[in-house]
Ligand binder design. Structure first.
Ligand code: 1HN
Length: 343
């Protein structure tokens, strides 16, 4: 399907005169203004954990935590021409903290998350609640919630981060507030009100909460793994968990939406494409994915992107594989722009 060729051939001096008066003729711009379908700027890309890991040592030596806001290595697709973008609307990174490191408190309007890969002994404090970071735990830092990180273990810690910074920058809606790096009381908290949201299926009848994002900040890896083991397969052939706001059953945040898929071994999922964007972290297992015209083989802690409106199919090799998936799907739902197709 294409736009019809415009029948009007405008005199070029007319277009030039319009332009000089800050006017554009729609008939001349229609094709660029309204493409007939989404056209992702980026081809899909795979970042191998073993290539990232070799830089973590140097990052610790060269960037003292007290000199930097966050010690994160961001995954960038060169198709964005040097912009710090992983795929449209989203960025992913790995954060490195040495024993004793504290990443000072701050808050911002973009939404962010951490997923614990090698983070045993670390904690993220979110709005005065201490969230432990055991293997496979997900920690939300929703818009404008204060958060800081601490490594209280005797070993180096690495975790996976994701955020919707490119979306918020595109809207020019970013606000950022640094916290007080010397405020010791920030770190001296326990799980606090996180206790109100840990029991599945029950919530306090008289608890007030702002439903705009999840009031629960920590999603335990144990619980996710239990549910994945119990779930039937979905229409694409994978078993998929959506992380939800326990007060609404909807996505955890209005513009960042999170999933975990368990791929059965040796059976490719049905190819799917969607208008939203995805970043996949390989949590466990090995396998391959065909995304658009590219096929990637991946193993634990590799990361790959699925740009919007690009067919994607995944296959585990040997045994099951789990993919943690970061998307902007809830933003597309709210704008009534979500379209999905399954082959
Ligand atoms: C971020 O906001 C944090 O706030 C950590 O703790 C890592 C990596 C990329 C983009 C934003 C944080 C990040 C990040």
């Amino acid at each position: 399907m294409q736009h019809p060729t415009p029948k009007v051939k405008s005199e070029s001096d007319f277009v030039a005169q319009l332009e000089a008066s800050n006017l554009h003729p729609l008939w001349d711009r229609f094709r660029t203004l309204t493409p007939v379908k989404p056209q992702a700027k980026d081809p899909p890309l795979l970042w191998r954990w073993k290539d990232i890991e070799r830089f973590t040592e140097r990052a610790v030596r060269e960037a003292a935590i007290d000199d930097v806001e966050r010690r994160a290595l961001i995954l960038v697709n060169p198709a964005f021409g040097g912009e710090t973008v992983t795929t449209s609307n989203l960025i992913a990174a790995f954060t490195v903290l040495d024993p004793g490191d504290r990443a000072r408190p701050h808050r911002h309007t973009f939404a962010a998350i951490r997923f614990a890969t090698h983070a045993e002994g670390a904690a993220t404090i979110v709005n005065g609640r201490r969230c432990e970071m055991h293997e496979g735990d997900l920690i939300l830092t929703p818009p404008m919630c204060w958060h800081g990180h601490i490594n209280e273990s005797d070993h180096r810690i690495v975790w996976f981060d994701a955020a919707n910074i490119p979306l918020i920058r595109g809207l020019d809606a970013n606000f950022f507030e640094p916290g007080d790096p010397k405020a010791n009381q920030f770190w001296q908290v326990d799980e606090g009100d996180e206790k109100l949201w840990t029991e599945p299926g029950i919530v306090g009848a008289d608890i007030q909460h702002a439903p705009v994002h999840s009031p629960k900040y920590r999603y335990a890896g144990d619980a996710t793994r239990r549910l994945l083991a119990a779930l039937p397969s979905g229409p694409d052939g994978a078993r998929t968990v959506r992380y939800t706001n326990p007060t609404t059953g909807e996505a955890v945040m209005p513009a960042l939406d999170l999933y975990m898929s368990r791929l059965p071994k040796a059976q490719a999922t049905r190819p799917k494409r969607t208008t939203c964007n995805m970043i996949c972290l390989v949590v466990s297992g090995e396998g391959s994915s065909t995304v658009g015209e590219h096929t990637f083989e991946w193993s634990q802690h590799d990361v790959f992107s699925i740009p919007h409106w690009t067919w994607a199919s995944h296959k585990a090799i040997g045994s099951n594989a789990d993919l943690f998936i970061v998307t902007d799907k809830s933003a597309f739902e709210r704008l009534d722009l979500l379209r999905e197709e399954l082959q």
